[in-house]
Design a protein around this ligand. Structure first.
Ligand code: 0RA
Length: 409
């Protein structure tokens, strides 16, 4: 057991013991906090740190996140947000920055009207990464000063101190070196990280993410910034395809409780001339591979609205069967992204969104905006409906057994 006395006070105070117990818990069962200690868990560390910066961007205070992989597999994540708060923290008697880096569940709601959405580790990201890093340095640019603290395996090596000189910008930088005692591998994959960082840029319109791999000469640098957000994501997924609409359709909606926005939904969709259905769903920037309430809401609204339109304008005769969900989703590429306060992740791989109240939110937004779009763009509507009817006939011609869900969604 290492000496756990507080370096400054020399005492084993209650909050210090709590911190050490938290650290111990994370280091003893890292899988409970980051999923695993293999390659996946290693990359999760980067995501956890980046998620904090993305939250700062969602709150409206950060426009640029930079990620570096250094030689020797250290990582730096830097943002231009407000900077993690520094200064005396009443409850613990420590610096607020140290609290953020050492106390599990120290995250909480963000100020500035935004709600904290990072799925990550329920807001324990920073302290977990700290506990699982052989070495970590945090730098906060705030109040014209550079505040710094160093850690090893989550234990502070010094107290928060100000480095000489002035800084003009604000922001947070975290440098960390994953602990070889914890992880099976320390080798970061450029492709894994670039995929995730680009996805985050697509999911958060206007946010710039710059990614630099310093392990190769010359360094590999890429920067992602999509003003169109998930519309550009759909365009990207549909590239090299023949398209039915010149631009993806885009719908959004929010849930308000009083004057507080407590959830939001964004949908982008575009048909191509192929037969595949590609719908990617996200909750709080996390891919929900098993779908869930947002996907159910989307499918229900899409199926209903397209059938209603087809009937109303006599694409379907009174005796015709309704178009099935599968018919309607043939050739469809879509992104559904919801942000909410307390996401419930369920299913085998914890990638199924459980929150039941998200279903009517998505259904409502898609139904309203899609009906409006079809009503205002009859030529586009005709193209879509005719494609669905073609799909339906092809499925009928293929014979029984090719219609698993009819007439459902
Ligand atoms: C809590 C409160 C405030 C900012 C942050 C956290 C914050 C955390 C991280 C983590 C990485 N980058 C970050 N940027 C900001 C707001 C403090 C204020 O009111 O100025």
């Amino acid at each position: 057991m290492e000496d756990i006395r507080n370096e400054v006070t020399g005492s084993y105070d209650a909050s210090q013991i709590q911190v050490l117990e938290g650290l111990e818990a994370v280091r003893r069962r890292p899988g409970m906090y980051i999923g695993s200690t293999d390659e996946r868990g290693l990359h999760q560390l980067v995501t956890e740190i980046v998620d904090n910066s993305v939250d700062e961007a969602l709150a409206g205070f950060c426009t640029h996140i930079e990620v570096f992989i250094h030689e020797g597999n250290g990582v730096t994540v830097r943002d231009n947000g407000r900077g993690i708060p520094v200064g005396y923290h009443e409850k613990t008697g420590k610096d607020a920055l140290e609290v953020a880096l050492t106390i599990l569940h120290a995250g909480g709601k963000f100020g500035g009207g935004g709600y904290k959405v990072s799925g990550g580790l329920h807001g324990v990201g920073l302290s977990c990464v700290n506990a699982l890093s052989e070495k970590l340095r945090v730098e906060v640019r705030r109040d014209g000063k550079l505040h710094v603290q160093d850690y090893s395996r989550g234990i502070p090596l010094d107290s928060v101190h100000v480095e000489p000189g002035e800084v003009s910008e604000t922001g947070t930088t975290v440098h960390f070196w994953p602990d070889p005692d914890i992880f099976d591998t320390l080798e970061f994959s450029y492709d894994t990280l670039r995929l995730r960082l680009r996805e985050l840029a697509f999911l958060n319109a206007g946010l710039r993410i710059t990614f630099t791999d310093e392990r190769v000469e010359p360094h590999r640098v890429e920067s992602y910034c999509y003003v169109g957000g998930i519309r550009e994501f759909v365009t990207f997924l549909n590239k090299n395809k023949e398209l039915l609409q010149p631009e993806p359709l885009y719908f959004s909606g929010v849930r308000m409780e009083g004057d507080m926005e407590t959830a939001s939904v964004e949908v982008a969709m575009q048909y191509n001339d192929g037969y595949n259905e590609l719908i990617l769903t996200y909750a709080n920037n996390i891919a929900t591979h098993e779908g869930g309430s947002h996907l159910v809401g989307f499918k229900a609204a899409l199926t209903r609205v397209v059938n209603d339109y087809a009937r109303k304008f006599n694409f379907l005769k009174a005796t015709d069967q309704p178009l099935s969900g599968d018919d309607i989703r043939e050739g469809l590429t879509a992104i559904i992204s919801v942000k909410l306060e307390e996401p419930q992740f369920e299913g085998q791989t914890k990638t199924k969104l459980g929150n039941a109240d998200i279903r009517p939110l998505v259904d409502g937004a898609v139904a309203d905006k899609l009906s409006e779009y079809l009503a205002e763009n009859p030529a586009q509507a005709k193209l879509i409906i005719e494609k669905c009817i073609t799909a339906s006939r092809a499925r009928d011609a293929a014979g029984p057994g090719t219609r698993p869900g009819r007439p459902g969604s």
